[in-house]
Design a protein around this ligand. Structure first.
Ligand SMILES: [Zn+2]
Ligand SMILES: [Zn+2]
Length: 105
């Protein structure tokens, strides 16, 4: 069961990220930084948008709580990569839901 983040938590995570993508996946192809981090600047009003500075609040631990300690912000590119590699929680939850939906029929 996925625990949704409250708006307060999302806002806090966004502030804590200093408005930058927090992706540290070494396999993520979008990182040009020397430290292997993304650092894409995120626009607050672009949450859930696919814009260059769009972003998502995602769970660090998929089954963890919807708290600030379990929340990170990813730019739309890194989010898509996370979805593609099933590293992120949302696609896993999505897949589980689909599996459940097909299992019953
Ligand atoms: Zn990123
Ligand atoms: Zn990334």
């Amino acid at each position: 069961m996925q625990h949704e983040f409250s708006h307060t938590v999302i806002r806090e995570a966004y502030e804590l990220s200093q408005h930058r993508c927090q992706c540290t996946d070494p396999n993520c192809p979008h990182h040009s930084d020397d430290e292997g981090r993304c650092r894409q600047i995120l626009r607050w009003t672009a949450q859930d948008e696919l814009a260059r500075d769009g972003w998502r609040a995602v769970h660090i631990e998929p089954t963890g709580p919807g708290t600030i300690g379990n929340c990170q912000v990813l730019c739309s590119h890194c989010y898509e990569h996370a979805v593609a590699t099933s590293r992120s929680t949302e696609p896993i939850a999505e897949r589980r839901r689909l599996a459940l939906a097909t299992a019953g029929s």
